[in-house]
Design a protein around this ligand. Structure first.
Ligand code: FES
Ligand SMILES: [Fe+2]
Length: 357
């Protein structure tokens, strides 16, 4: 691991336990963190044709992105301007017009109101005042992001150094999408993030991975330009898990996105809060089939290995969550030499909450 002097003085204190289960605290995070950051919502190939859309729930805000008739990507809150019905269902889909599922008001793919049965557009209501609520959309490396905050920085500056790091690895649009999986767990999103930002637990929680990644081959450090934790990894040749090969770069991007760059593959994981005490995890995989084949690696094996690691992580996080809620533990102390990433992640949580109005 990254060895640095702990110096003198008390080691850093963890976030308080009640930040991991209180509804009031979660309401603060929703505004301070999930409103103001870019969130991954889809893959560019899901939005290839006009009318293609992806929808999702971002910390309690239902939103969708659609390829409009004019060819642009447009994002909206999935909320009708009549009585707040939904325009589209969950997940990916396709439509010519956006017809509300409650009483059938119709909007075009640019979000403009076209029909409101029982009302005359023009004399009863002015359609210009009843367009769908917009959401910002941008793309990077084949990934589609949304941001709810009109004043937030743009996507490229939000990503910071990640844009350059990605250039050392195969680009997503040049690879094949090979699969996905998702899990839900009973843990606060930060319990999972705390865990994702350190390698301290690897030898205990992941017996297979622990044997693959040796201590002196991983460099973990915070990156201020982009506010993420980077893990520069060189995998040992190992019979335990041959899908982990050569050099990799893992990223925990604040607040809730994991990116795993590899020599022949890429995968990313979204960490979505389900209120204060639940989390939804979804991971997408890409692979360069020629390179994987040359290495004798099956993309399915890489996904299975990743799934096992996620299940092990979620299992320990659910156990931690029970203990955080039980009420005996209030705060703890962290080891800077081993938990530099988690210390940084928790600092970013505190800063975001302090900066919020
Ligand atoms: S809520 Fe959309 S048509 Fe009524
Ligand atoms: Fe882990």
């Amino acid at each position: 691991m990254n060895h640095q002097s702990a110096g003198h003085g008390a080691p850093p204190e963890t976030l308080p336990a009640n930040w991991y289960h209180g509804d009031e605290h979660f309401a603060r995070e929703r505004r301070a963190i999930f409103w103001t950051n870019w969130m991954l919502i889809g893959r560019i190939e899901q939005l290839a044709r006009p009318g293609d859309y992806v929808s999702d729930d971002i910390a309690g805000w239902p939103v969708f992105v659609i390829r409009s008739k004019d060819g642009d990507l447009r994002g909206f809150h999935n909320v009708c301007r009549h009585r707040a019905g939904p325009l589209v269902g969950d997940g990916p889909g396709r439509c010519n017009m956006l017809r509300c599922r409650y009483h059938g008001w119709v909007y075009d793919t640019e979000g403009t109101l076209h029909k409101a049965p029982g009302l005359d557009l023009g004399s009863d209501i002015d359609p210009a005042e009843f367009s769908l609520y917009p959401v910002r959309v941008d793309t990077w490396n084949g990934l589609v992001f949304v941001c709810l905050d009109p004043d937030a920085r743009d996507l490229a500056s939000w990503l910071g150094d990640i844009v350059d790091i990605a250039k050392d690895f195969p680009a997503i649009p040049d690879m094949a999408f090979t699969g996905e999986f998702a899990h839900e767990g009973r843990a606060n999103w930060k319990a999972y993030s705390d865990n994702s930002c350190e390698g301290y637990h690897v030898g205990f929680v992941h017996k297979g991975l622990g044997a693959t990644v040796s201590d002196d081959k991983i460099d973990i450090r915070p990156y201020e330009n982009g506010r993420f934790v980077g893990f520069d990894v060189t995998y040992e040749a190992s019979a335990v898990d041959p899908t982990r090969h050569g050099r990799g770069f893992w990223i925990y991007k604040f607040p809730c996105l994991l990116l795993h760059f590899g020599e022949y593959s890429f995968n990313c994981e979204r960490v979505k809060p389900l209120g204060a005490r639940g989390v939804h995890l979804s991971r997408w995989f890409w692979c360069d089939p020629m390179k994987a084949d040359a290495l004798g690696i099956s993309p399915d094996d890489a996904i299975a290995s990743s799934r096992l690691v996620m299940e092990e992580d979620l299992g320990i996080c659910e156990a931690v969550q029970r203990n955080l809620e039980a009420g005996i533990y209030q705060t703890g102390r962290m080891a800077p030499s081993e938990e530099i990433g988690t210390i940084y992640f928790q600092r970013l949580v505190r800063e975001a909450l302090d900066a919020a109005p």
